[in-house]
Design a protein around this ligand. Structure first.
Ligand code: NDP
Length: 311
C-alpha cells in the first residue's frame, strides 16, 4: 500500500521539497501538499513548519511528524500534536549556514564594525586599534547540533571560546561548562555572548535583567535562537544604559518586529529577519527519507525530539 506524506509550510515551496524527497522515497510514499490531500486516512507522515491549529486532527493514522527545521518549540507546545514520534532536521548544510552567520556576528563585534559604521555616518575617520581574537572571549549558550558547530568555528578563528549546555561534552577548542549553576560564571567571562539555546520552559526569559547585569561591561550579545529566551525589555535597558555595547539579533519575542519597537533605533544593534539558517531541501531530504524508511521497517529513528525536555 502507498502511504502519503503531507507537507505544510507557509514559507517553504512544496515543489522544492517534493522534488528533493522523491528520489529518496520512491513509489512507497506519495508526497502531497496539505491542500491536495483527498484521502486523509492514508497520511502516515507529516513534514511541517508551523501548521495551523487543528491541522493534525484531519490525519488519524499519522505515525511520524517531522519538523521542517531545527527549532521545535512551537510544535511541542501544541495541544493537538498526536502521540507519535517527532523528529527535527539535523542537516549539515543548515549547521554550516548557522555557523557562518554566528561567525559573521562575532566578527562584527570583535572587529568593532558598529563603531566604524557610526563613524562613517558622521564622515569621520575614526581609528580604533584592532584586538587579536586571542584577547576576546566568546560564550556560546547551547551546544546542540547548531550551537556546537558554531562554537567550534569560533574557536577555530582563535577566540577564547566557552560553551554552556546541560551536560558536559568534548568540543575542540571550547571550554564547556554545564548546569544551571555555571551560567553566571560563563556570562561573566565573555566579551561576546551568543544564544543558541532552544526555547523550552527552562530557557524562557532566561536572559533577563539580572543575567545581562552579569555580563561584562561593554559585552555584546548575539541571539540566533528564539526571541523568547530573552527578556527584550531588559535587553533594551542594558543596551540603552551602555552596559552592553551592541547586539546582533535575528530573532524576537514577536516577529515581525513592530516598526515602533525600541530595538530598531538602539546604536550598535543589527536586526535581521529570522534567517540565520534555513532548512535546505537537497541536503535535508536524505535524513527525512531515512527516518520514514526506518519507521516503516520498525528501526530506530534519528534526530528525535524529547517532548519532556522540549528540544
Ligand atoms: P539542539 O536542540 O540540538 O541543542 C540545544 C542545546 O541547548 C543543547 O546543547 C542543550 O544542552 C542546550 N540546552 C537546552 N536547554 C538548556 C538549559 N536549560 N541549560 C543549558 N543548556 C541547555 O539545538 P540546535 O543547536 O539545533 O538549535 C538551537 C536553536 O536554534 C533551535 O532550538 C532554534 O530555536 C534555533 N534556530 C534558529 C534559526 C534561525 O534562523 N535563527 C534556525 C534554526 C534553529 P545538552 O547538549 O546538554 O542537551
Amino acid at each position: 500500500m502507498t502511504d502519503t506524506l503531507v507537507f505544510y509550510s507557509a514559507l517553504d515551496p512544496f515543489e522544492d521539497w517534493r522534488d528533493a524527497l522523491t528520489p529518496h522515497l520512491g513509489d512507497a510514499v506519495q508526497i502531497q501538499n496539505h491542500d491536495a490531500i483527498t484521502d486523509p486516512e492514508k497520511v502516515r507522515y507529516a513534514l511541517v513548519w508551523m501548521p495551523p491549529d487543528g491541522f493534525f486532527a484531519r490525519f488519524p493514522n499519522l505515525s511520524l511528524v517531522t519538523n521542517l527545521g531545527a527549532g521545535v518549540d512551537r510544535l511541542v507546545a501544541r495541544d493537538d500534536l498526536p502521540d507519535v514520534p517527532v523528529t527535527r532536521l539535523s542537516d549539515p548544510e543548515m549547521g554550516r549556514m548557522m555557523a557562518s552567520f554566528v561567525l559573521f556576528a562575532v566578527l562584527r563585534h570583535a572587529r568593532n564594525i558598529p563603531f566604524f559604521e557610526a563613524a562613517q555616518m558622521r564622515r569621520e575617520w575614526a581609528y580604533k586599534h584592532p584586538r587579536p581574537a586571542t584577547d576576546i572571549s566568546v560564550a556560546v549558550l547551547g551546544l546542540g547540533e547548531l550551537g556546537a558547530l558554531a562554537a567550534t568555528e569560533i574557536a577555530r578563528q582563535g577566540f577564547v571560546t566557552h560553551g554552556w549546555a546541560t551536560r558536559p561534552k568534548d568540543l575542540p577548542g571550547v571550554t564547556v561548562h554545564h548546569g544551571d549553576d555555571a551560567l553566571d560564571q560563563v556570562l561573566g567571562l565573555a566579551d561576546i555572548v551568543v544564544s543558541q539555546l532552544p526555547l523550552t520552559p527552562r530557557t524562557r526569559k532566561l536572559l533577563n535583567a539580572e543575567r545581562f547585569a552579569r555580563m561584562k561591561p561593554d559585552a555584546s550579545f548575539i541571539n540566533v535562537s528564539r526571541g523568547e529566551v530573552v527578556d527584550e525589555t531588559a535587553l533594551v535597558a542594558a543596551l540603552k544604559a551602555g552596559h552592553l555595547s551592541g547586539a546582533t539579533l535575528d530573532v524576537f519575542e514577536k516577529e515581525p518586529l513592530a516598526s515602533d519597537h525600541p530595538l530598531w533605533s538602539v546604536p550598535g544593534v543589527l536586526i535581521t529577519p529570522h534567517l540565520a539558517s534555513v532548512a535546505l531541501p537537497k541536503s535535508a531530504a536524505p535524513q527525512i527519507a531515512a527516518n520514514i524508511h526506518a519507521i516503516r521497517r520498525g528501526d530506530e529513528l534519528r534526530n528525535t525530539v524529547s517532548r519532556v525536555h522540549g528540544y
